[in-house]
Design a protein around this ligand. Structure first.
Ligand SMILES: [Cu+2]
Length: 510
């Protein structure tokens, strides 16, 4: 076996969220163990050799999470979170979205290479009662991506209420690799989130609002509190999504059980990486394979975040699995830089002061430009001070990038596949190789969701050289605020959305 890494790649513990004054440590909730909920696959409404059709409904509901009162939650086609949506590479995907919520929302395809008007950022709201369809060709490697709400500046609140679910892209390579792939048996999603429960078991986003990110002490995994999973296969692949608004998850198993990372955000890793600890920042995805072969029926293995157990694995009679991971999992394109222009991105500030390149986000302002076919460097840094700063997970819409370097050195061993989100510590600079395949206006931002809502966000216009004069519709804050006011039956001046406070406190207009 090649090298076993036994430390978190983020080694400066002073940067970690647990060093922050407002950090909320996780606690095992006081409920009896629950069977881990596994979101089933969403059934297509129709599928042909070339096309897949889905109907996705965002709706309010109630979910029994704790004994007593049900919690008011939001979800996709269910009361909380949603079923897993499968995109088969090569097919044209048609997504019909219906908004049954009392307020406008958007449907962001996080990690998908799709045109700007399909991406589902702030410029494409679905108003209450609206149904509209988007279509696109899925042509990117097998990976675990996700769908979540992204209306500015209330992405934080809508994701907190439950608007998030997984997207699994399948391709021929994934089909042929000797890896666990029986979804629900040995291919298991783990959506990591944390919540705070108030009186009558309710969530109160605005009561818990923190401009540096909303946290709660209760781990919620796939929407389950205090979950256990019955292990019946020797090797299990976990598709881990950090679906938390702010929390970093520092994951490790009991007995320091080693595992192997096989995929990151947007693809398999070129080569598997063996490790005993992994830190996953907001919105990142990591796929790992765990071999439970050393255990016997009746044994218990726990997955921890820091010192808190978050999932219990109960070992049963296991189907043996002698499969060996190949040295190479995927061969990815790595196009040469063909345009010398270098995009420089500086993420600065904390609390209400968060900005990119000295500015807060403005929906009507284009901050950067790139043309389809151009491969360019993006140099992204975090100007926070080493002692009081935060790791900002930098996310780009509409593309998957390659990490060229971190502070002039090689990227971390598990950063070699396609990524769309990368943690950048205080004082660090990462160099990315970026190209787009679809035109549109795309946002790029910190994925601590309250930072993006609070203005640590900018946008790029990507032009197709075959259609250089294509116009893109940009939403404006007044239209959005007027709609929200109408939906709530209040005056526009009375509208309260999380991110607005950061602008107001800085004396700025959105
Ligand atoms: Cu941030």
């Amino acid at each position: 076996m090649s090298k076993l890494y036994t430390h978190y790649f983020y080694t400066d513990t002073k940067d970690w969220d647990d060093q922050d004054d407002s950090f909320v440590p996780l606690q095992v909730p006081n409920v009896k163990p629950q069977k881990l909920g596994i979101p089933e696959f969403l059934r297509p409404t129709k599928e042909t050799k070339t096309d897949m059709y889905y109907h996705i409904i965002s709706e309010p509901g109630e979910t029994q999470l704790l004994p007593g009162a049900k919690t008011k939650t939001w979800g996709y086609n269910q009361s909380l979170l949603g079923k897993t949506i499968v995109f088969k590479r090569g097919k044209t995907i048609h997504l019909t979205y219906t908004n049954k919520l009392p307020i406008l929302t958007t449907y962001h395809l996080h990690g998908l290479n799709v045109p700007g008007d399909v991406d589902g950022g702030c410029h494409t709201p679905w108003y209450p009662g609206q149904t509209k369809t988007v279509s696109f060709k899925c042509d990117q490697p097998a990976s675990t991506c996700w769908l979540h709400a992204h209306p500015c500046p209330s992405t934080g609140e809508q994701v907190w209420k439950g608007l998030a679910c997984l997207i699994v892209i399948l391709d021929k390579n994934a089909e042929h690799l000797p890896i666990p792939k029986k979804y629900g048996v040995n291919d298991i999603p783990l959506i990591l989130q944390d919540r705070k429960f108030h009186k009558d078991n309710q969530w109160h986003y605005m009561k818990d609002y923190d401009p540096d990110g909303v946290q709660g002490p209760t781990p919620m995994i796939n929407g389950t509190l205090n979950p256990y999973f019955d292990v019946t296969a020797q090797k299990i692949r976990f598709r881990i999504l950090n679906g938390a608004n702010r929390r970093e998850w520092r994951l490790h198993f009991s007995d320091d059980l080693p595992f192997t990372q096989i995929a990151g955000d947007g693809s398999f890793l070129p080569h598997p990486v063996h490790m005993t600890k992994i830190m996953i920042t907001c919105a990142e995805r990591d796929e790992i394979v765990v071999d439970f072969g050393q255990y016997k029926p009746g044994d218990v293995v726990k997955l921890y975040c820091d010192k808190t157990p978050i999932v219990t694995f109960r070992i049963h009679q296991m189907t043996p699995d002698n499969s060996k991971l190949p040295h190479t999992l995927v061969k990815l394109p790595n196009p040469k830089i063909n345009n010398p222009y270098v995009h420089k991105i500086v993420m600065s500030g904390t609390d209400e002061k968060v900005e990119i390149n000295g500015k807060k986000f403005n929906m009507q302002r284009i901050d950067s430009k790139q043309t389809i076919g151009q491969v360019e460097y993006w140099v992204v840094s975090n100007s926070n001070k080493y002692c009081s700063g935060m790791i900002h997970p930098y996310h780009m819409h509409g593309c998957q990038f390659l990490v060229v370097s971190r502070n002039g050195h090689a990227p971390y061993p598990n950063e070699h596949g396609f990524k769309d989100t990368i943690g950048v510590s205080p004082g660090e600079t990462v160099k990315l190789k970026v190209w787009f395949t679809c035109p549109g206006v795309f946002m790029y931002h910190c994925h601590i969701i309250e930072h993006e809502d609070g203005g640590m966000m900018a946008q790029i216009k990507v032009t197709d050289p075959k259609n250089p004069n294509q116009k893109f519709h940009l939403m404006d804050m007044k239209t959005l605020t007027d709609h929200v006011a109408k939906e709530k039956g209040i005056k526009p001046s009375q509208v309260k959305m999380g991110g607005m406070y950061s602008y107001r406190k800085m004396g700025m207009k959105m």
